[in-house]
Design a protein around this ligand. Structure first.
Ligand SMILES: Cc1cc2nc3c(=O)[nH]c(=O)nc-3n(C[C@H](O)[C@H](O)[C@H](O)COP(=O)(O)OP(=O)(O)OC[C@H]3O[C@@H](n4cnc5c(N)ncnc54)[C@H](O)[C@@H]3O)c2cc1C
Length: 420
């Protein structure tokens, strides 16, 4: 029943962050395995936009063209107060190769990442669930359940997941890209405290006959933040912030099977509520609501790990941070973290060198996230416009889709100074 395998790096989790780590490892000819407990990539839009810098990173792996073919490009983000446009962030003014936001469903992005990985003769090991990791001598021992599905039941047949084999992997390092409930983080003993209150949203996606505004819109009303995104093929996504406590914590479970999770049992998600949400928060939207393909209540928690890794286990993506949803920070920055980890592991020779570079990675990441989430309150206002924006700090921080220098430049368009 037992089976022992050796590799240099184990990547745990084949979400967008683990998949891009695999691309980076493949392009550097490093021996690795990519493990995921699910059967395939997820099938929903979830984190639906790429920042300009992320597209540039994906371009370096030859992926930009296919992504652009399957996406919408947005040049602006408008910020509304109540029902009126207040200000606009203009991405075309950024000195970047791709000065726009790329709207692509997370499911489609993961599919492209997995398909192109396959073309490089690599693929994730689906149905592989990591159950335990321990350090033994100069390596990690990773115990993995290989899963299969079987029919059980007599009166009512149902499909049950079974363990058909237990595999043992020995690896030098593990990249934990295993999401917000990370096993890697837990086994490394890293805390994951809340850094700001969580927020609940009613999320809807539908087709419409409206001439959709080709920009993302953030609507600030009664201290809540609502979000509009146009999607390809005449569809759009709306996220309406609802009272705290309405969505359960389990709503962050992702869907990997071809079945709708319309959660339509909640009255907040019915057609009538959608119409009320639209009339109250976006009276400028007068289009039809057709083919309501996805609706869900979701609770977005905001956590940041105390450390980005320890010894031979290192974190990237949701395993290290969960952020306000409109900025799509966790996935975008997470993908860059994964590639940076691979760079460190591929350019250092000895364990000592790696540990030193990884300690720097940890320090830099913690500083970056303090800045990104303005945990140290370093952003300040220079004039009246900016004071208005700063007054809505809680609605804006983490909700602007950008990071690093790009974020500083967009904040400057709001006359907000990033003083870090
Ligand atoms: C309903 C919903 C809506 C969302 N909307 C937004 C949004 O609007 N904006 C936004 O920024 N973000 C949103 N997100 C969050 C976004 O999806 C995440 O930020 C993104 O998926 C993070 O990518 P990741 O690769 O770090 O982790 P994940 O995508 O979570 O991938 C982790 C992978 O690890 C695997 N895994 C976990 N444990 C194990 C184990 N023990 N063994 C093997 N495999 C394991 C999982 O199966 C999974 O495939 C949403 C999420 C949900 C659920």
């Amino acid at each position: 029943m037992f089976n022992h395998k050796k590799t240099d790096i184990v990547v745990l989790g084949a979400g967008p962050v683990g998949l891009i780590a695999a691309h980076a490892l493949a392009s550097r000819n490093i021996d690795y395995v990519l493990l995921d407990r699910q059967q395939r990539t997820n099938i929903h839009s979830y984190a639906l936009a790429l920042h300009p810098d992320t597209l540039e990173l994906l371009d370096s792996f030859g992926l930009a063209e296919r992504i652009l073919e399957n996406s919408l490009q947005l040049s602006t983000v408008s910020i509304y107060e109540e029902n009126l446009p207040k200000t606009k962030l203009d991405y075309t003014r950024l000195p970047l190769k791709y000065p726009f936001l790329t709207v692509i469903s997370q499911g489609e992005l993961e599919k492209i990442l997995a398909d192109t990985l396959k073309k490089k003769s690599h693929k994730p090991l689906w149905n592989h669930r990591v159950r335990f990791i321990e350090e033994q001598g100069n390596a990690l021992n990773i115990s993995v359940d290989r899963l299969s599905e079987g029919m059980t039941g007599y009166a009512v047949a149902h499909i049950e997941t079974q363990i058909d084999k237990i595999l043992d992997y020995q690896a030098n390092y593990l990249i934990g890209a295993d999401g917000h409930e990370s096993v890697a983080r837990r086994i490394a003993g890293i805390d994951f405290p809340e850094v700001s209150p969580s927020a609940d949203y009613a999320v809807f996606e539908f087709k419409t006959d409206a001439d959709l505004p080709n920009e993302m819109r953030l609507i600030i009303k009664d201290n809540k933040t609502h979000v509009y995104w146009p999607l390809p093929n005449g569809h759009c996504r709306w996220s309406f912030q609802v009272d705290h406590g309405v969505a359960s914590n389990h709503s962050r479970e992702k869907d990997h099977k071809f079945k709708p999770i319309n959660n339509s049992g909640s009255p907040l998600l019915d057609h009538q509520h959608l119409n009320t949400f639209l009339a109250d928060n976006a009276p400028w939207f007068t289009g039809s609501v057709e083919d309501l393909s996805w609706r869900i209540l979701v609770n977005f928690e905001h956590h940041l790990a105390n450390s980005f890794g320890k010894d031979r286990i290192w974190l990237a993506g949701d395993s290290a941070h969960t952020t306000p949803h409109a900025g799509i920070l966790s996935m975008n920055v997470g993908m860059r973290e994964a590639v940076e980890l691979v760079d460190i592991l591929s350019t250092t020779d000895t364990h000592l060198e790696r540990q030193k570079a990884l300690a720097d990675y940890n320090e830099q990441r913690l500083v970056d996230w303090q800045r990104l989430l303005d945990l140290d309150h370093h952003i300040y206002a220079v004039d009246q416009t900016a004071r208005w924006a700063l007054g809505h700090r809680n609605n804006l921080i983490g909700n602007i889709p950008a990071s690093g220098e790009t974020l500083s430049e967009l904040l400057a368009q709001l006359h907000l100074i990033d003083a870090a």
